[in-house]
Design a binder for this molecule. Sequence first.
Ligand code: S3P
Ligand code: PEP
Length: 411
Amino acid sequence: MKLHLQKSIINKQSAIQITGSKSESNRLLLLQALFPEISIKNLSNSDDSVLMTKALASKSNVIDIHHAGTAMRFLTAFFSTQEGRSIELTGSQRMKERPIAILVDALNQLGADITYKENKGFPPLLINGKTLTKHKVTLKANVSSQYISALLLIASKLKNGLELTLEGKITSVPYIKMTLSLLEDIGVKTTFKDNLITVFPNNQPLKASNQQLTVESDWSSASYFYSIIALSEVGTQIKLSSYKNNSLQGDSVLADLYKAFDVSTTFEKDTILLQKNNNTSPNTVINFDLANAPDIAQTIAVTSFALGLKCHLTGLHTLKIKETDRLVALKTEIEKLGGTVTITDNSLTLEASDNINQNVTIKTYNDHRMAMAFAPLALKVPITIQDYKVVSKSYPTFWDDLDQLGFKFSI
Ligand SMILES: O=C(O)C1=C[C@@H](OP(=O)(O)O)[C@@H](O)[C@H](O)C1
Ligand SMILES: C=C(OP(=O)(O)O)C(=O)O
């Protein structure tokens, strides 16, 4: 269903409460299934976290996690350890194109029994739960960190814990560190030195002081407000809550990166105040390596385009296997708007330009981030989002929050 955004000017000051991080939530939900004494505050209301909750509670032998990548990967590891349970783990058509062999091979080497129902290397998976007996495995670390997090999340419940050796350049590192930090928060011991991660077994109940966890709000969702402020008049402010100064989320690098667009971030207790300080110079060139923060690539590309800036983004190799091939999707949609984009397998270059075509319909490719990344362009031109409902994958109240800021739109 289409959503038409008129050219909008937003309120000078607004405050938005953002839902919990979907990455932290899906890790904690998995850990809660293993350690039921865990209680979680500020859980994400994203579709992906709702699907994760339902899948963990389900008694069915077919579980469909739709588009949720973390749920697919984390649940593959979880169900492989559930002795006596046999399930088919499946997902959307796109999920059936997102590779999973690296994780399946690692789990099978540890003693799991996982096979492919359709295409080798891809969901759906047939998983016969077993006690995993081995504790050492090596896997490629340059394709998706989610395979590594999946193994780490189940590791403390294996008899001898886990020793993971990572091969190749490690991608999306902050997500691995987030997993290890959350394990430490509940009292599981871990080490990460060079390319070796060790998780020690923990079959004791958790200490009372390790049972209550509060999810920080989602930084990837905050990126759309960074973009909105970057495109707004000098002096415009948005307050977002609830955030921490020492975040576990790699996307908190936004606070640094958006300085290039003259957006400042001020921490005030558990809120962040974003403010546009100057008109961004047209001579600014954006040059970022986003290997550690792949989910904000679309936001940054669109902010740069809207401000007419040249932009060169690298470290984008994981974008090809996300909800859609995000490199191709970005090139196609920015070019419809009048931009010039060159992509390789791991980079995107946007030429500086000062023209933005009006009334373009942005295709969303079943990708929440395509809809949300392009929406801020309404501060410059009227624009249509092809399927506005996609946002619920990570941010169900996105349009309500844009409405609150003063965006004008109709369905
Ligand atoms: O572990 C996680 O929560 C995630 C890891 C990242 O994936 P990759 O490691 O595949 O880049 C990220 O893109 C995804 O949205 C969430
Ligand atoms: C890539 C993403 O999610 P996932 O891999 O969990 O589907 C995302 O939210 O941008």
